[in-house]
Design a protein around this ligand. Sequence first.
Ligand code: ZN
Length: 138
Amino acid sequence: MTTPSATPSATPSATPSAVPASAPLSDTFGLQLQHMRDDLLARIRAQRGGAVGRAEAAAARKEQASGDWAQDDAEQDLCIAMDERETAELTALDQALQRVADGSYGLCLDCGVNIPTARLHANPSAMRCVACQEAQER
Ligand SMILES: [Zn+2]
């Protein structure tokens, strides 16, 4: 039995209603990004659901025999770590969608060159050209 009360509000963030028809690149990747975002949200939701389920089961177990906190803590740490990674991914997708909306998608954030389409295909949420990304990570 799961309670849907703990589901994070799926904020219907700024609807990218007006995608300029003059930008086929943003169009293509905008849809892809939207799709990736939906997928990710579904994954996060499923994960949280699973975590809640497990936490409830653990709590029920603890009422009978309180003893293995350590294991539960480890499990929770893992959940939080995954959460952070996925939150970062979600942020990247949101930023990319924002750039689709304002028309700057596909341009390097730092130097302004067109990010190669191949790179965008590999990583639609990429915001920098390879050179700038490498400089950023260094
Ligand atoms: Zn660049």
